[in-house]
Ligand binder design. Structure first.
Ligand code: C5P
Length: 237
């Protein structure tokens, strides 16, 4: 089982999160903790979830001066997380410092992932920050900068995956949110793709929130997502 599904634990409290995790098998998925839950429940909750056997993606998107990001990265890595992320727009020196700070953990180190252009950004938003490029060009530029700075991959939208995979080597990891089955509500996502299509387009990990967290049977929904992914994995392998 290749565990390509990362469930976004977008809950307000640690108790709700742990109740939800009671329903899931850590051999069938990984999980993502973002800013809301981490701010509410902190490293203690992260440790509890890891103790239950789940691989944790800590989605805190660090962006600061290199020394600060490096120190925060080492503290995050020491929690025993599986993956975390930083903003690629923080620049090469910041990304290299983050990578160096976790290298001492050897093959126990978490995967380090870059955030390129937020999907909420349109061309006009980039212009307002002084960047006169199309979002997709800026995404590619930052993905290559992340790779050359020692990062393991980037978060990219469903719409960006195919192009990015055609440009960048297979070992570079693509993590994709905005995944929906035909029967799922789209919610506030703008462009979505199905789980099988996302893997076919070259994503390695799919971040799925509400289609699983709000399902009548979260475990049933997870099994369906896994089945869709493994049907493609079998043809790709
Ligand atoms: O519920 P849903 O499947 O839309 O959740 C997607 C998760 O991925 C959320 O935690 C959201 O913050 C995250 N995400 C996203 N789009 C991005 C980056 C992260 O939806 N560009």
């Amino acid at each position: 089982m290749s565990k390509n599904i990362i469930i976004a634990l977008d809950f307000a409290t640690g108790d709700k999160t742990l109740q939800f995790l009671d329903l899931l098998d850590p051999n069938l998925c990984r999980v993502k903790i973002g800013k809301e839950l981490f701010t509410a429940s902190g490293p203690q909750l992260v440790r509890k979830i890891i103790d239950r056997g789940f691989d944790v993606f800590l989605d805190l998107k660090f962006h600061d001066i290199p020394n600060t990001v490096a120190r925060a990265s080492k503290v995050a890595a020491d929690l025993g997380i599986w993956m975390f992320n930083i903003h690629a727009s923080g620049g090469r020196t910041m990304m290299e410092a983050a990578r160096e700070s976790i290298d001492s953990l050897g093959n126990q180190r978490p995967l380090l992932i870059g955030v390129t252009v937020l999907t909420s950004f349109l061309k006009k938003d980039l212009e307002q920050t002084g960047i006169h490029s199309y979002p997709e060009d800026q995404v590619s530029k930052l993905a290559f900068l992340a790779r050359d700075s020692g990062l393991d991959g980037v978060v990219c939208s469903a719409a960006e995956t195919k192009l990015l995979r055609s440009q960048i080597d297979d070992k570079f990891c693509l993590v994709t949110p905005g995944i929906r089955r035909p029967e799922d509500a789209i919610g506030d996502q703008k462009r979505v793709v199905g789980p099988a299509e996302a893997i076919q387009n070259g994503s390695n990990y799919l971040v799925v929130g509400r289609p699983i967290t709000s399902a009548d049977s979260p475990n049933g929904a997870l099994i369906e997502f896994n089945a869709a992914v493994s049907s493609v994995n079998q043809t790709l392998n």
